[in-house]
Design a protein around this ligand. Structure first.
Ligand code: NAP
Length: 359
């Protein structure tokens, strides 16, 4: 079963999307509206018209429609109204920030308690048949060194992150805790099936370019000179936001979809992304031109960026990471576009919107 057959099973449905204002959710909602679905968009503040403007613009042009509901991950029962009558729940909301002061409060609580809140509500909502949770590939491994230590040629859906904690890679820890919680709750019922989508680092143009996602912070840092004297050689899996949306659609609507799906187009690295930008946009921006030696970044990294702790640098720089994406291709029918297209189009959007400015 492939996603191109989607018209055969995608008769209009009511679909709740949590975190509807987010980067990933933007493209998911676009795809749902294109297919004529009724999106129950759960957002923290439906009165914030500025944050919803890009969704309103989509709705004006597409066959589906959106109703907004106020909901907060940390307020128990707050998804009841948004979920009422929905057959499908897509739980994308979770803070994606690497710059936090209190990891428990800012990351783990909203991720884990929020997942519990949404999934327990799904148990109380008799219309729900499928729950899709946006997890991450960081729930599959913690540091790139873990990949090497695994001795496997690729990391797959069978792997779990066992090395992140509140003090080391707390965002990865929050996603791991949340996904474990999701599977635990799924096993307590048989009304709906849980499917998780585990994307690698997501890039590509946003429906709204004013996203809070770390994906945008990273791209902006490449253009603002943060790494002008060199970039650490971090291996990353990368995927286009549009393929992440397609994966959610497949996870939600393909009857046979089950388990976890790693969504990653290419096994890449920070220097490779910088190289694509240099090739496409020349010398207009202070893109990094060289790889910074590991010993040097280990020394100065924490001074450049607080998220670059010495342990993070030691266990990630210079290590590749290889992700097995074959299940997503085989079972969800995902066709991954080339990395160059993803990176170039995202950066062009930042230029067009005046978010990055040539020097
Ligand atoms: P994003 O643009 O920052 O979206 C996060 C969303 O979560 C926002 O809509 C935000 O709502 C919502 N949210 C945060 N705290 C909340 C709370 N307490 N109550 C209700 N909603 C809350 O980030 P994104 O990149 O689209 O991430 C979406 C999902 O994809 C997350 O689960 C993330 O972990 C996952 N993911 C992202 C990447 C990536 O590279 N971007 C990779 C793998 C997985 P507000 O607008 O109200 O703040």
């Amino acid at each position: 079963m492939v996603i191109s057959n989607r018209s055969t099973f995608m008769s209009p449905r009511q679909v709740m999307v949590s975190g509807a204002t987010g980067y990933v959710a933007g493209w998911l909602i676009k795809r749902l509206l294109e297919a004529g679905h009724h999106v129950h968009a759960a957002v923290r503040d439906p009165a914030n018209k500025q944050k919803l403007a890009h969704l309103e613009a989509l709705q004006a042009d597409l066959p589906g429609n959106i109703t907004y509901f106020a909901a907060d991950l940390l307020v128990e029962g707050s998804y009841a109204e948004a979920m009422a009558d929905c057959e499908i729940v897509c739980h994308t909301a979770s803070p994606f920030s690497l710059r936090v002061k209190d990891a428990q409060r800012e990351l783990v609580d909203p991720a884990k308690l929020g997942t519990r809140n949404v999934l327990e509500q799904a148990k109380r909502t008799s219309s729900v048949r499928r729950v899709v949770v946006t997890s991450s590939y960081v729930a599959v491994f913690g540091d790139n060194a873990d990949f090497l230590a695994s001795g496997k040629p690729f990391l797959s859906e069978d792997d779990w992150n066992t090395t992140s904690s509140l003090t080391h890679q707390p965002y990865s820890f929050s996603k791991t805790e949340a996904e474990r919680e999701a599977w635990k709750i799924a096993q307590t019922q048989d009304q709906w099936r849980l499917v998780t989508v585990n994307p690698a680092f997501v890039m590509g143009p946003g429906i709204s370019p004013y996203a809070t996602s770390e994906s945008f912070n990273f791209m902006t840092q490449l253009a603002d000179g943060t790494f002008k004297s060199g970039i650490p050689n971090f291996g990353v899996g990368l995927v286009d936001v549009r393929e992440v949306a397609d994966a959610h659609l497949g996870a939600a609507f393909i009857p046979e979809a089950e388990g976890r799906y790693l969504i990653s187009a290419e096994n890449s690295s920070f220097p490779e992304i910088a190289q694509i930008l240099r090739d496409q946009f020349g010398d207009d921006f202070p893109f990094p031109k060289r790889i910074i030696p590991k010993a040097l970044i280990w020394l100065i990294g924490p001074l450049i960026d607080k998220t670059l702790s010495r342990r993070v640098l030691a266990r990630n720089v210079g290590y590749p990471v290889k992700i097995d994406n074959r299940k997503s291709i085989r079972e969800l029918g995902i066709t991954y576009r080339p990395l160059e297209e993803t990176v170039t189009q995202m950066f062009q959007q930042l230029i067009d919107e005046g978010i990055v400015v040539p020097s």
